[in-house]
Design a protein around this ligand. Structure first.
Ligand SMILES: *[C@@H]1O[C@H](CO)[C@@H](O)[C@H](O)[C@H]1NC(C)=O
Ligand SMILES: *[C@@H]1O[C@H](CO)[C@@H](O)[C@H](O)[C@H]1NC(C)=O
Length: 338
């Protein structure tokens, strides 16, 4: 008598576990039950679409063309404070795109740090940006810029990594330093990142469970970040409702899993070379001294190891420096300077 009930219970329990490990399928933009396509998109060679937005002057008028790689829980509609006069004066065109699975870009289950560089390259080609262009990446989006430096250096005129979010398991970073940076994070972040790294198959369940906190914003913003948020009345993105509209798994979860969930295809310190040995271009890292998401020591160490990178520490800056008009324009000016 006990046994059949036990078996039924076990089967039910396993079914529940299986269901909660498995994310629901994405709601693809433009599909029957999915959200509508409202932005221009290019189709990549593998059939995926990437949605984009042009900020500044048009591609045809531009003297400088920059592709921008957004951060976690963001999109091509991220708020950029550079003024239209600034963009007109310098004739800059910034192409922002929804990274795979975000906004209106098709999900890409096998996306990785490596694949981001090739998405950027194809986007540039489909939009006829020319053989060479600039790139900027913010926070977790800066991993796409490391990837460009590794895989498509011949396509770059310059690159800027703004508050680059790092992988705590890069072999070339001393583990004591990684541990120190890691321990500065709130417990809930540490736990979440460890699950992403060591048991990625549990990640979806972890991030959807309600008993333990995961990636909340509490305590992650510095005073200067909070000031920026206040100035923007909280709006870092023009269309926040679209960011994860196709499903959080295809956007947010895959982002974390790509950057933390496994070994990168390369180690930025060992495997990335100076793309501009003749000094005809520049690579920058921008780090806020008050950043609570990315530890100062970590990026400082990387900049010391890679002396061809121009390293900028912003004394009164936190994680949101790209959303501050002065800093945003300084980041762009430094990148374009000859
Ligand atoms: C920089 O110079 C090298 C060789 O002189 C050349 O191959 C490369 O394309 C140049 N890069 C840029 C961005 O002009
Ligand atoms: C993503 O951003 C929205 C606001 O735009 C916020 O409500 C939500 O909690 C964020 N999600 C995560 C996982 O950070």
């Amino acid at each position: 008598m006990i046994t059949p009930i036990g078996v039924a219970f076990a089967v039910g329990f396993l079914g529940w576990v299986y269901q909660s490990l498995k994310p629901s399928p994405p709601k693809i933009c433009g599909s029957e039950n999915g959200p509508p396509v409202t932005s221009p998109r290019v189709m990549l060679n593998d059939g995926r679409h990437l949605a984009y937005r042009i900020f500044g002057v048009s591609n045809e008028e531009a003297e400088y063309k920059i592709i921008m790689c957004h951060g976690f829980n963001s999109s091509k509609d991220m708020y950029l404070p550079a003024s239209q006069e600034f963009m007109d004066e310098l004739k800059i065109c910034i192409v922002l795109y929804d990274r795979a699975g975000y906004g209106e870009s098709d999900p890409y289950p096998s996306r990785s740090v490596k694949s981001e560089a090739f998405d950027i390259q194809e986007l540039a080609d489909k939009l006829h940006l020319g053989t060479k262009f600039y790139v900027i990446g913010c926070s977790i989006g800066a991993s796409g810029i490391w990837s460009c430096l590794k895989y498509i250096p011949q396509r770059l005129l310059g690159a800027s990594l703004v508050v680059p979010f790092a992988n705590f398991w890069w072999p070339s970073v001393p583990s004591a330093l990684s541990r120190q940076a890691f321990r500065k994070l709130p417990q809930s972040y540490q736990r979440t990142f460890q699950i992403a790294h060591y048991t990625p198959w549990l990640y979806h369940w972890w991030i959807t469970q309600k008993w333990f906190p995961t990636l909340g914003a509490d305590g992650m913003f510095s005073d200067s970040d909070l000031e920026i948020l206040k100035r923007l009345s909280g709006g870092l993105n023009h269309n926040p409702e679209k960011v994860a509209q196709q499903g959080e798994h295809e956007s947010l979860n895959r982002d974390i899993l790509a950057v933390l969930g496994r070994k990168w295809e390369f180690d930025p310190i060992i495997d990335v070379n100076n793309p501009f040995p003749d000094n005809n271009g520049s690579v920058h890292i921008w780090q806020g001294c008050e950043d609570r998401v990315v530890a100062l020591e970590f990026n400082r160490f990387i900049a010391e190891k890679l002396p061809w990178i121009q390293y900028h520490e912003v004394p009164d800056g936190g994680h949101l420096i790209i959303h501050d008009v002065e800093k945003c324009e300084a980041i762009i000016r430094a990148l374009l300077a000859r």
